[in-house]
Design a protein around this ligand. Structure first.
Ligand code: HEM
Length: 501
């Protein structure tokens, strides 16, 4: 390990080179890269890795960005040297606006603020008992989703599934965040402001290059960004204030209702010298992070899964048979089928689990983890990894490695099953070895991965149990990708669905 990693001390200057990469022409190359999205860079990186090896550098904007495509190096960095590789880079000017100057979990530096914010989310919302306490909410959201699909299935031969999946995930996460069922119009308002911020983000990248100058040159764009943030505040502030007032008047202390995320944020104290509460802007930022992290990733994964089930009818059929075996109950000498797959049933459905894992491997919603940084200059694998750069791990490449996965581009849930049909012991956190990392790995691993797996299993099981999913007449499944915030289907899934029962 020592040869892989040598931290610098203040008295030693590191003379190792940074990882190799294409020639750097000042001003020209940084601008070229900064205007490209990660999905445009991804295929170029493939060529660069073939030429320079598993760790390469691009000069994106003013900082070096290091890309790691090798699963062993990812393990050495994120797991074995987690205390060094778990920092985040300094936010670029546009990110500062929406992250309240790095006061949210995903962008905070590796330190006490991050620890307090992450622990709050993990203990107050993502602890198994807390996850359990929202099971009624999930049941309600499932009913809404099934009804919306049913109503669409009566009026059209090709249902645009993603709209319903996004709406369902927003309804669920908004309830968990604000503790109330908000009306249809409000859900749509929240969805609108959150999505426009997410989707517009690449357009604002140029403002991060020489901000003093580009803020003037692209004044309109800068104003658009500020407008998106103020729209978001306008929609979310009333929900936060309503909850604050309800809390102060004791109305939230209803034992039947679990605390909402915003309640925990209203109580939280930051570990800085003033030991202060979060301000309203920071609460907006954290709620927004909660909504985005939990909705877009999951609805993207759900769409990929359903697309594969439409494409591969035998996989869908096997799932339906498995569910049928598990949820049929005997009433006297009669066998009755339940209409809904309950959360307790899920652990008895190994094939379902295998389908979800295979979809996360083959179609990870994020092809890269969020950019990491090192806490100090360090020598890694013979190269200098500088503190001011970013370190990026290539999730999709790692999950498609042909040395680990036979026919990696083929959708084959069976690879996760033992011969007797049980699920192979598989550690998705990669703590001993990384074979795929859809949720990242190490100290910055997605804290919501258990909740995400539950949402995926629960909704997929019920979607296939309640409806038969087929191609519409003359339709096709196109698995091409497109980058939005996550990597989504370029041509969204259109399905012919008909009730099974
Ligand atoms: C299929 C669903 C999901 C996927 C694929 C996913 C994936 C990821 C990935 C790849 C990261 C970056 C890890 C890194 O930088 O090393 C991440 C971070 C994060 N995720 Fe998720 N996620 C999902 C669902 C959720 C849910 C449901 C929540 C919470 C409600 C959540 C909350 C977060 C947070 C707060 C972070 C930042 C962690 C940190 O920086 O310490 N995610 N997620």
């Amino acid at each position: 390990l020592l040869s892989l990693l040598q931290p610098s001390t203040s008295s030693t200057k590191i003379n190792n080179p940074i990882p190799p990469g294409p020639p750097h022409i000042p001003i020209i190359t940084p601008i070229t890269w900064i205007t490209k999205s990660f999905s445009q860079i991804e295929p170029i990186l493939k060529t660069l890795h073939a030429k320079y090896g598993p760790i390469v550098t691009l000069r994106i904007g003013s900082r070096p960005a290091i890309f790691i495509a090798d699963r062993h190096l990812a393990h050495q960095a994120l797991i074995q040297n987690g205390s060094i590789f778990s920092d985040r880079p300094k936010s670029l000017p546009t990110n500062k606006i929406i992250s309240s100057d790095q006061h949210n979990i995903s962008s905070a530096y590796y330190g006490s603020t991050w620890r307090v914010l992450r622990r709050n989310l993990a203990a107050e919302m993502l602890h198994p008992s807390r996850i359990n306490s929202f099971s009624q909410t999930r049941k309600w959201v499932l009913e809404v989703l099934l009804n919306r699909l049913l109503s669409d299935s009566k009026s059209t031969d090709s249902v645009k599934v993603i709209n319903h999946l996004q709406y369902a995930m927003f309804s669920l996460l908004v309830f968990m965040c604000f503790g109330q069922r908000v009306n249809d119009e409000k859900i749509k308002d929240i969805e609108r402001v959150q999505r426009s911020l997410l989707l517009a983000f690449n357009r604002f990248n140029i403002l991060n290059f020489w901000p003093m100058i580009t803020k003037i040159l692209f004044r309109k764009r800068w104003e658009q960004l500020l407008k998106l943030r103020s729209d978001q505040e306008e929609v979310l502030f009333p929900l936060i204030r309503a909850r604050k007032e309800a809390k102060e008047s004791g109305l939230c202390n209803d034992n039947n209702n679990p605390p909402a995320y915003v309640d925990t944020l209203l109580d939280l104290k930051l570990p800085d010298e003033r030991h202060r509460n979060l301000d309203e802007g920071e609460i907006i930022t954290l709620c927004s992070e909660f909504l985005n992290a939990g909705t877009d990733t999951t609805s993207t994964a759900l769409q990929w899964i359903m697309a594969n089930l439409v494409k591969y009818q035998h996989v869908q059929q096997r799932m339906v048979e498995e569910i049928g075996r598990v949820i049929s109950a005997s009433e006297g000498d009669r066998k009755v089928m339940k209409e809904v797959v309950s959360e307790e049933d899920l652990e008895k459905l190994p094939y379902l689990k295998a389908v979800i894992l295979e979809a996360l491997r083959r179609h990870p919603p994020g092809h890269f983890v969020l950019p990491h940084a090192v806490t100090d200059d360090v020598v890694f694998n013979g190269y200098l990894v500088p503190k001011e750069g970013s370190v990026n791990f290539m999730v999709a490449e790692i999950g498609w490695n042909p040395e680990v996965w036979e026919d990696p581009m083929v959708f084959k849930p069976e690879r996760f099953l033992n011969e007797d049909g049980s699920v192979k012991a598989f550690d998705i956190t990669g703590s001993k070895e990384i074979k795929m990392m859809p949720f990242g790995a190490g100290r910055r691993i997605c804290p919501g991965y258990n909740l995400a797996m539950l949402h995926l299993e629960y909704f997929v099981a019920n979607l296939v149990w309640n409806f038969d999913w087929k191609l519409p007449k003359g339709g096709d499944i196109d698995l091409s990708e497109k980058q939005e915030f996550t990597i989504v289907m370029k041509n969204p899934l259109l399905a012919h669905i008909s009730p099974r029962i």
